[in-house]
Design a protein around this ligand. Structure first.
Ligand code: ADP
Ligand code: MG
Length: 686
C-alpha cells in the first residue's frame, strides 16, 4: 500500500464509508494518518468515584447499575444511568440521545470523561452531563492495550470504533512513515522520530508521550509552512526581476496635497513604509492591517499613483464586484485633478466592452485597473505592471498572491490590505512572507458605533426604532446567521425575517433580501439598489460583511448575534457609522447562556478590532477563527497558534537556518514538492 492510496484499501471500508469519509475531507491513507484525535480518555489516571469532587474534570470507570428514561416537561428526552466502582456512585445524564438506550445495558463497564457537578437528589450527589468522551465496554473484554484511548471527531456512520480500528490497521500494515525533517533540524531541536510520533499521537502510552509526539508534529507542520513561505519570499525578491520605484515626485505630491483630509499619524507612517519598500531594489511584499474604517483606501491610492508616476501600471483587486465599483468611484473622484486613466474590469461588462478593456490594459491606455480576481486571470495581459494592491486580503490565498507575481516579465510590488485584525502569532504563521504595517485607530471625525446587546423579547421595540430611523431618511441592515442545510433549528432564517418585516411593520417601505443562494447577478442588483439609496432596509446573511460603504446606513440589527464570532460582528458593525449621522448596532441574543452574553457584552464596551480579535481567539479557539480565513495553506491540523507560540518561534528559527544550508534546503524542497504538491506548486517549480 502507498500513502496516496484510497482509503477503500482498508478492511471494512466500502463505498458507503468511502462517501462518508470523503465528506470529512478524508480520501487517502495519508489523510487518515493526519486525522488527529479530538481528545483522549486517559485510562492511566482514573479517578475513583469515591474521590470525585464537584467541579473536577475527570475520567472515571464503573459498572452500569441501572438506567432510567423519562421525558421532561419541556419535551426533552432524558436518560440517566447510575454507575459504581465500589468506592462510590455517579449519575450520567444524556438529553435527546435515546439511541444510547440500546447500548447502555446493566452490567456494562462504562468509561466516561467529563465534568462532575452537584446533582441534587441524584445518587451520591454527583452527576456528569455533556460527556467529553464515553466508552461502553463489555466487562469481560480484554483491557485496552494502550493507556490512552483516542477519541476522534466521529459521525453517525463513522464511529469511534471504526476510526480506532482503521487507524490501528493503518499503523500496522502501511508502508513506512517517511521522515520530513532534515536530520540536522531533528538533532538540533531534539525531536523524536516521525513514525513514533504518529503512533503516539493516535495511541499514546501516557500523557508525556502524547505531548512529545504532538510537539514534534506541530513543529513539523509549522516548520514546513515557514519554509514554503520563505522560499516564496526569496523567489519573489530576486533582484533581477524586481521593480525599483523612484522617490515621490510631482504627481504623488499633487494627489497627496489634494486629499480632502490630512493623514493620521498611523496612515502617514504606513505610507512612508510603503514608499520606502517601493523604492528598494527588492520586491515589496507588505500587509497593511487596519481596522474597518481606518482609512486604508487612501493609502492604496497613493501607492498606485506612485507606480503610475514611475511609468508603470497598477492594479487594485477587490473581493467583490460591488466593492470594485465603489473603489472605482472613489478613485475617479480623488484623481479628478490628474490625467491618470482608470479602468474598471468587471465581470458585468458586455463581451465587447470586456475585450476592449483588455486591449486597453495591454496597450497601456489604462494606468490603474480596478476589478475583482478577474484581474489575475490568464487572459489579462499588462503592459508593465508595477504594483498590485489586494483589498480585504483574507479572501485571497497565498496561491493567488503567487499567481499575481507571475503576471509580467518583472515581479510587481505587492501590497495587501486587510481589516481582519490578525493576532501577532497568526501573522507570523500565515503571513510569514509579508512585512506588516498596522493602523490601529480610526481617523478623526468618525463616530464610534454605539453597540447594544438585547434579548429577543425586545425585538418589537428594536424594529420600531429601525423604522423611525428609516422614516428620518436613513437606511438599515438586518443581518441573520447562515443556517446550514439540514441543520435543525428554530432560528429565524434571513428569508423568514424578511417575510415577517415586509409583511408587517415595514409594509410599503422598499426592502431587499440577499443571501448566499442568490446568483451573483441577483445579489448585485439588490446590493446596488441599497447602495443607491432606493432600498431602505436590507435583510442579509453575512454577504455584506466585506467593505460595503453606504454612509447613509445608520442602523444594524444582528439577529441571533451569538451565532457569530466577535471579529465577524465587529466587521459587520463597521458597515455603519460611515457618515455624519450617529449609528447604532443592536445585537439580539439568540440564547441566554452566560458565555453568549459575555461575548456580546465585550462588543458593547470594546471598539478596537485588535482587542476583539484576541478576545475572540480566547473565547472560540483558533480552529474556527483560522478556518474562516482561507489562508490558502489548508488548516493547521495539529499546531495550535495560541498555545504553541514557543514551537512556532522555534520552527521559524529552524526554517530561517534551513534557508542558509543548501543540503537541508534541497531536502525540504523535495518534501514540500511531495507533500504539498498542490498547495505549494508554485514554490516547487522554483
Ligand atoms: P477602510 O480601512 O475600511 O478601507 P476607508 O479607506 O474606506 O476605510 O476609509 C473610511 C472613511 O474614512 C472614508 O470615508 C475615508 O474617506 C475616511 N478617511 C480616511 N482617512 C481619513 C483621515 N485621515 N481623516 C479623515 N477621514 C478619513
Ligand atoms: Mg476598505
Amino acid at each position: 500500500m502507498e500513502w496516496e492510496d484510497d482509503l477503500a484499501r482498508l478492511k471494512g471500508v466500502g463505498p458507503k464509508k468511502t462517501t462518508a469519509l470523503a465528506r470529512l475531507g478524508l480520501g487517502t491513507l495519508y489523510d487518515l494518518l493526519t486525522y488527529y484525535p479530538r481528545t483522549y480518555i486517559d485510562q492511566t489516571a482514573l479517578t475513583p468515584l469515591g474521590r470525585l469532587r464537584a467541579g473536577d474534570e475527570a475520567t472515571v470507570s464503573g459498572l452500569l447499575m441501572n438506567l432510567k428514561e423519562r421525558r421532561a416537561q419541556s419535551g426533552v428526552h432524558v436518560l440517566t444511568a447510575i454507575i459504581s466502582d465500589g468506592s462510590g456512585y455517579l449519575s450520567l445524564t444524556w438529553f435527546n440521545q435515546s439511541f444510547l438506550k440500546k447500548k447502555l445495558l446493566p452490567g456494562r463497564r462504562i468509561l466516561a470523561t467529563g465534568k462532575a457537578n452537584y446533582a441534587y437528589g441524584g445518587y451520591g450527589g454527583l452527576a456528569m452531563t455533556n460527556l467529553a468522551a464515553l466508552e461502553i465496554l463489555d466487562p469481560a473484554a480484554e483491557p485496552e492495550p494502550h493507556g490512552m484511548l483516542p477519541v476522534y471527531p466521529a459521525t453517525e456512520t463513522l464511529t469511534q470504533n471504526f476510526f480506532r480500528q482503521a487507524v490501528r490497521q493503518l499503523l500496522t500494515e502501511c508502508p513506512a512513515i517517511p521522515e520530513v525533517l532534515p536530520d540536522s533540524v531533528r538533532r538540533r531541536y531534539g525531536l523524536p522520530d516521525r513514525a513514533d510520533a504518529f503512533r503516539q499521537v493516535h495511541f499514546p502510552d501516557n500523557p508525556a508521550g502524547l505531548e512529545t509526539a504532538r510537539t514534534r508534529l506541530a513543529f513539523e507542520e509549522l516548520y514546513l509552512i515557514q519554509c514554503g513561505l520563505l522560499l516564496m519570499k526569496r523567489k519573489s525578491q530576486r533582484q533581477d526581476r524586481a521593480i525599483r520605484h523612484l522617490m515621490n515626485s510631482q504627481l504623488v505630491e499633487r494627489v497627496y496635497a489634494s486629499l480632502p483630509f490630512s493623514l493620521t499619524e498611523e496612515q502617514e507612517r504606513t505610507w512612508r513604509e510603503i514608499a520606502a519598500d517601493m523604492e528598494k531594489p527588492e520586491t515589496m511584499r507588505r500587509l497593511v492591517q487596519g481596522d474597518v474604517g481606518s482609512g486604508k483606501t487612501v493609502i492604496a491610492l497613493l501607492a498606485l499613483v506612485k507606480t503610475v508616476e514611475n511609468g508603470y501600471q497598477g492594479a487594485l483587486m477587490a473581493p467583490t464586484e460591488i466593492l470594485a465599483r465603489q473603489h472605482y468611484d472613489t478613485f475617479t473622484e480623488m484623481l479628478s485633478g490628474t490625467d491618470i486613466r482608470l479602468g474598471l474590469l468587471s465581470g458585468r461588462l458586455g463581451a465587447k466592452q470586456h475585450r476592449e478593456m483588455l486591449e486597453q490594459i495591454a496597450a497601456h491606455e489604462v494606468d490603474i485597473v480596478i476589478g475583482t480576481h478577474a484581474l489575475i486571470q490568464d487572459k489579462v495581459r499588462y503592459d508593465n505592471l508595477g504594483l498590485v494592491v489586494t483589498d480585504e486580503q483574507h479572501r485571497f490565498g497565498i496561491a493567488q498572491r503567487a499567481e499575481l507575481t507571475k503576471k509580467g516579465a518583472r515581479t510587481p510590488d505587492v501590497l495587501v490590505m486587510t481589516a481582519t485584525p490578525i493576532p501577532r502569532t497568526m501573522t507570523l504563521t500565515v503571513y510569514g512572507d509579508l512585512d506588516v504595517s498596522r493602523i490601529e485607530n480610526l481617523p478623526p471625525g468618525r463616530r464610534p458605533v454605539r453597540t447594544f446587546a438585547r434579548q429577543a423579547s425586545r425585538r418589537p421595540l428594536i424594529y420600531q426604532f429601525v423604522k423611525k430611523e428609516i422614516l428620518a431618511g436613513r437606511q438599515a441592515y438586518v443581518v441573520c446567521p447562515l443556517i446550514e442545510e439540514g441543520e435543525e433549528t428554530t432560528l429565524p432564517s434571513a428569508e423568514r425575517v424578511y417575510e415577517e418585516l415586509t409583511g408587517g411593520l415595514f409594509k410599503g417601505i422598499p426592502c431587499g433580501l440577499v443571501h448566499g443562494r442568490l446568483k451573483p447577478k441577483e445579489k448585485e442588483a439588490v446590493m446596488q439598489s441599497f447602495y443607491q439609496g432606493e432600498t431602505k432596509l436590507l435583510v442579509a446573511t453575512t454577504v455584506i460583511e466585506v467593505g460595503v460603504n453606504v454612509p447613509n446606513a445608520t442602523v444594524m440589527v444582528v439577529e441571533n448575534a451569538d451565532r457569530f464570532g466577535l471579529a465577524q460582528l465587529h466587521q459587520l458593525r463597521g458597515r455603519i457609522g460611515r457618515g455624519p449621522f450617529p449609528s447604532y448596532c443592536i445585537l439580539i441574543a439568540g440564547g441566554n447562556s452566560t458565555t453568549a452574553w459575555e461575548r456580546l457584552a465585550t462588543l458593547e464596551r470594546t471598539a478596537s478590532g485588535f482587542d476583539l480579535a484576541e478576545e475572540d481567539l480566547r473565547l472560540r479557539g483558533p480552529g474556527q477563527f483560522f478556518g474562516s480565513m482561507q489562508h490558502g495553506l489548508g488548516d493547521l491540523k495539529i499546531a495550535n497558534v495560541l498555545r504553541d507560540t514557543d514551537i512556532l518561534l522555534k520552527a521559524r528559527q529552524a526554517a530561517a537556518e534551513t534557508m542558509t544550508r543548501e543540503e537541508d534546503l534541497a531536502y525540504v524542497r523535495q518534501v514540500l514538492m511531495l507533500q504539498y504538491k498542490r498547495r505549494f506548486a508554485n514554490v516547487a517549480r522554483v
